[in-house]
Design a binder for this molecule. Structure first.
Ligand code: ADP
Length: 443
């Protein structure tokens, strides 16, 4: 109880201020050591001592380590330990949960005190337990030490208890955060193992699938050629015996076989890329672009105009693969025209730092945003074979081919307006090989 004197009121005010200050700081800070040290400073100040410490109970349940403190000589905070034995005030406080006061440790008969206290000139000690969460051991003890022998009033003890309870709640907050972090750490780690397992399994089944696609497409070619060959023989040598109906059927066999051959060739090209170890070198994209344009014109005739920008810079690539990539992009650009409009295709380049983007642009039917990523997958087509023929493998070849060469691919498109497909590769403009080639050609 407060004794009612002006001094008593002042003391209470000081203690209440300390509690409020500490409560505020305990909520704001996220550094437990800083909080514990500040707790010692404020509590010592409120009780008029310049020494205080927090001792933390270790995992063995009996050693207390001086975790934080103020006013101590070096070699105490973070170093000194106290055994919570029966004949120590700390042991008693932990066992009973009651505050333990020794007004003068030199005349104390109940407990023995560690040597570092007397080394630091401590005469009186008040110990208050910092409890743990339900079912958990206490965190430790808040200890107020005085260099003068002194009593601690009931008021002081009540203050220390409230103070230690705020400390307990604070420490608990840190323990919960710590537990959550540990749990989080355990869960990613577990996730990483799972991901690694799955990636391994996926890699294996992908490799099997590649091998399967390769064999199937390879082995299917011979019987397919036989079917097509025999259908042609039927038409050429036995045409008059077939009749119109028979001839129509034989023609359909030839067409179906041709389509299947195209599909198999595309599949083969794609599965070869899966296992391809591209040897990159300096490649001038212009001749490859010209060849792709010629092929597309041969397919689409006069319905399309293909223009190639004069300055396609050299890139680091594999010529066969880059040829496949450009040829698929240009053939698509020429093919996916709006039926009523003349097709305009433009092949150009832009620089992105040390990378080059080759662009294939058209004024065709365009692609809705929700389909722009999917079309790079094998067999993803947005139209029926009757409207726009194709195998659905071209863009998968573009994607895989660009990746094989250390590059990437993508599209910008507006439905009904047109598309701009791009492949991005390393620029070769500054490589020694290209510079040498330039020098030779200008000599
Ligand atoms: P294919 O051309 O054989 O159908 P691709 O893999 O090359 O297969 O293309 C997949 C799909 O992406 C096409 O079926 C088409 O729907 C769409 N597409 C590709 N290029 C274009 C383009 N330039 N303009 C509009 N749609 C396109």
């Amino acid at each position: 109880m407060v004794d009612g004197t002006p001094g008593g009121h002042q003391e209470l005010l000081r203690q209440q201020t300390a509690l409020a200050q500490f409560g505020e700081m305990a909520l704001m800070s996220d550094d437990l050591d800083e909080i514990l040290t500040e707790a010692c400073r404020l509590a010592g100040e409120a009780l008029g001592t310049d020494l205080a410490k927090v001792v933390e109970l270790q995992l063995d349940g009996k050693t207390l380590l001086v975790r934080a403190g103020v006013g101590w000589k070096p070699g105490v905070v973070g170093v000194a330990t106290i055994m919570a034995a029966d004949d120590t005030s700390e042991g008693h406080a932990l066992r009973t949960g009651e505050p333990m006061i020794s007004p003068d440790i030199t005349t104390e008969t109940r407990f023995r005190y560690p040597a570092f206290l007397t080394d630091n000139g401590v005469k009186a000690v008040a110990n208050v337990i910092i409890i743990g969460r339900q079912g958990k051991p206490p965190f430790g003890i808040l200890q107020i030490d005085s260099r003068e022998a002194r009593e601690f009033s009931a008021n002081d003890t009540a203050f220390l208890r409230s103070y230690a309870n705020i400390l307990a709640a604070t420490v608990d907050r840190f323990r919960v955060i710590d537990e959550v972090r540990q749990e989080e750490r355990r869960l990613p780690e577990a996730l990483e193992v799972q991901v690694a397992d799955r990636t391994g399994a996926l890699g294996k089944s992908n490799a099997q699938l590649d091998a399967f696609a390769y064999t199937i497409s390879h082995d299917l070619r011979a019987p397919l050629r036989a079917m097509e060959g025999f259908a042609r023989i039927l038409l050429d040598d036995f045409g008059d015996q077939l009749g119109t109906k028979g001839e129509r059927f034989a023609n359909r066999i030839v067409l179906a076989a041709e389509r299947m051959e195209k599909l198999i060739n595309d599949l083969l090209a794609y599965s070869r890329l899966q296992r391809y170890d591209a040897k990159l070198r300096v490649v001038d994209p212009t001749p490859l672009a010209l060849k792709s344009a010629d092929e597309a014109r041969a397919e689409q005739g006069s319905k399309v105009t293909i223009e190639i920008s004069a300055t396609l810079p050299p890139v680091l690539a594999e010529p066969v693969v880059l040829g496949q990539v450009l040829s698929n992009l240009v053939s698509n650009a020429a093919k996916f025209r709006k039926p009523e409009e003349h097709g305009q295709v433009r092949i150009s380049a832009s620089r992105e730092g040390d990378r080059v983007r080759l662009w294939v642009e058209d004024n065709g039917i365009g692609i809705a945003p929700e389909h722009q990523a999917g079309i790079f997958n094998v067999f993803e087509r947005l139209h029926g074979e009757e409207t726009y023929p194709g195998t659905g493998i071209g863009l998968a070849i573009v994607k895989k081919g660009a990746e094989c060469m250390g590059g990437s691919s993508g599209v910008e498109s507006t439905l009904g307006v047109g598309s701009r497909f791009w492949v991005e590769l390393a620029s070769a403009a500054n490589t020694a090989e290209w510079v040498e080639r330039q020098e030779k050609s200008s000599a």
